[in-house]
Design a protein. Structure first.
Length: 202
């Protein structure tokens, strides 16, 4: 049977309508899935900037302590890693012999001072007699010389006592500044001599 132009147009339109939804479903199936996105309020924040570097640390002060006297170590007060204060005692060397020397030097000084006091008294007395012409110049000169010798003995005894006291004080090893013990090089019972290294302090 034959088709009119009107019938052909309606038939083509119906075909396009029936095929349209199918193509639309295929395009929908190819769409990406829905993703959830979080939202936060913007704000100011301080950021700390850091950097890594390589280097070496050196102490501001460093010293090696050595003994100034000889004797046996009787006490170790500070050891490796211990913090120390300036003047703190780190180690003790047997002080008994040095204490005896200091006591003896003190007694010698007392005796010298006593002799000087007597010779000064004699000098003053004979000086008055000399002015009165009651003694010879030789007698006065002898008394004057004796006083000068006694004065020199006092000065020598004072120096000896100061030295004895210094050696006694040197039996206590002290920190010269505040820091820490880096190394200890002597132990209790060890006999040390002058120049023996005892500590490294930093």
């Amino acid at each position: 049977m034959g088709w009119s132009p009107l019938q052909l147009g309606l038939s083509g339109a119906a075909g396009r309508l029936s095929s349209g939804p199918g193509r639309g479903n295929r395009r929908g199936a190819a769409l990406a899935p829905v993703r959830t996105v979080g939202v936060a309020a913007a704000g100011e924040q301080m950021l700390e900037r850091t950097a890594q570097v390589q280097g070496a640390l050196f102490p501001r002060e460093q010293t090696t302590l050595a003994s100034e006297v000889e004797g046996a170590v009787v006490a170790v007060v500070a050891d490796f890693g211990d913090p120390v204060k300036q003047g703190q005692i780190l180690m003790r060397i047997d002080p008994r012999e040095y204490q005896l020397h200091a006591d003896s030097a003190h007694a010698t000084l007392d005796q010298a001072r006593a002799r000087l006091a007597n010779s000064k008294a004699d000098f003053e007395r004979l000086n008055e007699l000399k002015r009165q012409g009651l003694i010879s110049p030789q007698q006065f000169d002898k008394t004057s010389a004796t006083m000068q010798v006694d004065q020199a003995d006092v000065e020598s005894a004072e120096k000896a006592l100061a030295l004895a006291r210094k050696k006694l004080d040197d039996t206590a090893i002290r920190a010269p500044f505040a820091g820490a013990v880096q190394k200890r090089m002597a132990s209790v019972g060890e006999y040390v001599v002058p120049g023996k290294q005892l500590y490294q302090i930093i």
